[in-house]
Design a protein around this ligand. Structure first.
Ligand SMILES: [Zn+2]
Length: 435
């Protein structure tokens, strides 16, 4: 007997779930969970945008003095302050939160800033002492940044942030005259922006993407996601965006966009490539912390203000988190999403999804355990994902879990399973089990 002790190090989730577990809303003017009320946000082109990345630049940087190139103002403020866990706890303890329930009004008073509730994690004695409590999920950040960026530079309808509203917003603010609406003969039209590809260049870029071949297992077939005639991508998965962002984008846009636009995009591509490496060096992270501010400031000079979603902003915090918590591949959503995908596939009765998942999971664990027992000589250790004995024994080529076919008593002398029945899905293990 021994006492098992466990501690929650941090939590990993997507951005909406971040709001639920951290107690601070990730919508509205104070959406950044790190900067909190100190984030620079404003209403542009019908939504909240997050700007002001010059605050991370050195105090005497020349860009701080520029106004027309940015949002029309010079920047004198320092970077947002960092909140310690104790300060957050103290702030939360001062606030009264409405109890959960349908009858209670859920309107937040202004004193509550973006806090919606006090998270239960603060009942852990050490929680307020942790430097990193919740991870920003790099998988979703990269995907959303990629969608926004590629949608805008390819001028894909519905995806681009360079809309008429965004152009009118620039006009209202009196900045970037080159992007204002063109008013000839009482008709207003928006010309193609200098940061978007011309139709022929776009076709060339899409043809390049559809012609790329990757080594087996490196990425899915991205060519199938390209619609050259339609001029867009369809059904790109998170991992496709991950590969695209780091491998294809910097190569594909080189000769198709102006140098001023290409350079920060290449820098962004390198940023994600180094950040998501399996091994991180502290010096690299310091460099990335500098690079991402440069990228965001250059983007602020190129793209309309509507381009800066909350996902664009949170990139500025990623190197800091990597310095605190280490490599990203232990702290992002890929493994969790894969597991959830597997569990979802095991649902056979859609009226009872939880029951289906539990049934399939028990079956999977039994088969794996039984496989290890029966084939212990053949396998040296726990089977890897690719060489999973339970999977190989399953009759379906679709690798899905079958409903229980039958059960049989196990000879307690030969096999000690601690249970009466072993769930068996295929006849192949029957002779072994009975032998
Ligand atoms: Zn922030």
């Amino acid at each position: 007997m021994f006492t098992l002790r466990a501690a929650v190090m941090w939590t990993v989730h997507d951005f909406p779930a971040y709001a639920m577990v951290s107690g601070g809303s990730t919508n509205g003017y104070m959406a950044c969970p790190v900067c909190k009320e100190d984030v620079t946000s404003g209403w542009h082109a019908g939504k909240v945008c997050y700007l002001g990345h010059r605050r991370w630049l050195p105090w005497d940087h020349e860009w701080r003095e520029k106004d027309k190139e940015f949002d029309g103002n010079t920047e004198r403020r320092l970077r947002p302050r960092e909140w310690s866990g104790d300060e957050i706890l103290e702030q939360l303890n001062r606030l009264d939160f409405a109890p959960f329930g349908k009858t209670v009004s859920r309107t937040r008073p202004s004193t509550h800033l973006n806090w919606t509730h006090k998270p239960m994690f603060f009942e852990l004695p050490y929680w307020s002492k942790l430097k990193l409590r919740h991870n920003l999920d790099v998988m979703h950040v990269e995907k959303n940044v990629f969608d926004t960026l590629v949608g805008t530079i390819l001028d894909i309808e519905g995806k681009t942030k360079d809309t008429i509203k965004a152009r009118l917003d620039l006009e209202r603010m009196g900045i970037r005259r080159g992007l204002w609406m063109n008013r000839d003969n009482d008709k207003a039209r928006s010309d193609l922006a200098f940061f978007s590809m011309k139709p022929n260049d776009k076709k060339e870029f899409l043809k390049f993407v559809s012609s790329v071949k990757f080594p087996d297992g490196y990425a899915s077939n991205i060519a199938r996601r390209v619609n050259v005639d339609g001029g867009k991508f369809t059904g790109l998965k998170s991992h496709d965006c991950h590969v695209f962002m780091q491998r294809l984008l910097p190569v594909g846009i080189r000769h198709l966009l102006p140098e001023d636009v290409v350079k920060p995009i290449m820098l962004l591509s390198r940023f994600f490539s180094q950040l998501t490496a399996k091994r991180l060096r502290r010096t690299d992270m310091f460099q990335l912390r500098h690079d991402i501010v440069q990228v965001l400031c250059k983007f602020e000079m190129i793209f309309p203000l509507a381009f800066f979603t909350s996902m664009m902003h949170v990139m500025v915090h990623l190197p800091e988190e990597a310095l605190l918590a280490g490599p990203i591949n232990y702290r992002w959503m890929y493994p969790i999403e894969r597991l959830l995908g597997e569990l979802k596939k095991s649902v056979r009765n859609r009226a009872k999804p939880e029951g289906s998942i539990i049934e399939a999971w028990v079956q999977y664990e039994s088969l794996t355990f039984y496989g290890i027992k029966c084939f212990a000589r053949r396998i040296q250790s726990f089977p890897s994902r690719k060489d999973n004995i339970a999977r190989r024994l399953l009759p379906s080529s679709r690798k899905r879990y079958r409903p229980f076919s039958f059960s049989f008593p196990v000879n307690p002398k030969s096999q000690n399973f601690g249970g009466e029945n072993v769930f068996c899905a295929t006849n192949r293990i029957l002779p072994v089990a009975q032998g």
